[in-house]
Design a protein around this ligand. Sequence first.
Ligand SMILES: *[C@@H]1O[C@H](CO)[C@@H](O)[C@H](O)[C@H]1NC(C)=O
Ligand SMILES: *[C@@H]1O[C@H](CO)[C@@H](O)[C@H](O)[C@H]1NC(C)=O
Length: 330
Amino acid sequence: MNMLLYIVTILSAAVAAMAAPTYQSVSGAPIKTVVQLQQTGTQFENLITRTDGTILATRIDVPEIWWIDPADPIHIRVITIEGDVVSVLGITETSPNVYAFNAGNVTSQGAVDGSFQVWGLDLTHEEPQTYPIAKIDRASFLNGIATLDPKTVIVTDTNLGLLWKVDISTGHYEIFLQDPSMAIPEGSNIPAGINGVHIHNGYLYFTNTAQMSLSRLPIAKNGTITGSIQRIAEGFMCDDFDVQPDGTVYLPTTSQNTVIRVSLDGRVQQLAGTADSLAVGGGTAAQFGRGPHRKKTLFVTTSGDRFSPISGTLMEPGKLVAIDLSSVIS
Ligand SMILES: *[C@@H]1O[C@H](CO)[C@@H](O)[C@H](O)[C@H]1NC(C)=O
Ligand SMILES: *[C@@H]1O[C@H](CO)[C@@H](O)[C@H](O)[C@H]1NC(C)=O
């Protein structure tokens, strides 16, 4: 496997950090804009929070990863992927300060077959380094990504309705699991099946956008599936999400413009946003902060509702928001 290292371009991006609105959410939890892009049609697609408190947020409309410090949102470092791709999607930490992410072409026509690759990002050196890990020619839409072990990631294919397993040290890949719960149902008008994926405490959690569902399956540390797929809850729009230590899932509902909490017993509670508000309009992914004082702050990336404007017209540039859930979480 060619592990050529690309030195990436770092820019200091001057972005709209001007007086951003603070919305009150349904629960009373304040929603604060950390960073907002400048034009409609832009989108933050996914994110990962780091132990130093900073955040890596991916862009689906340009091949960039934005490295944002919520405590200093003016000084953003933009990591450009030099890989002849348009989009960056899911991102996961595979070992401390080393990440794997999906990149490919997602255009207004949809995802382009054969354009997808799994990449690495190494932040252990002075300068960030990105490098291709595996080009998956048969992939149709690599989207979510989760770390199984420091050598292995599990990747969702949103069009094919399956999970790929990728050895990030060799680039070897194979289909890990394909199941009807991951597929786009026949006749569905939502062109996306399995979407987000996270592995946590012996379970692999996943959403299916077209099936409007959250499911999980038991998985051993060595990757063996040890039981059947359990549908936890359904009936909401979904993309990527966060899983807490007790298995509770926090999830933005994309075009429904809210953030919900789903308990393992299937209970669904609305925590933030409303259908007619852009506060978390078109939420694409959520992650709790990992820095000091940020464990009860849920960071959410958005598309600004560009695919489903409120009342047919209301949308905004993509943004990263911080939702303070300290009044909601004990
Ligand atoms: C992906 O998009 C880039 C930039 O537009 C283009 O050069 C490349 O050929 C595309 N790849 C595929 C497989 O379509
Ligand atoms: C993987 O782990 C499971 C559960 O601990 C065990 O039953 C199985 O034998 C293991 N498989 C391999 C190939 O090590």
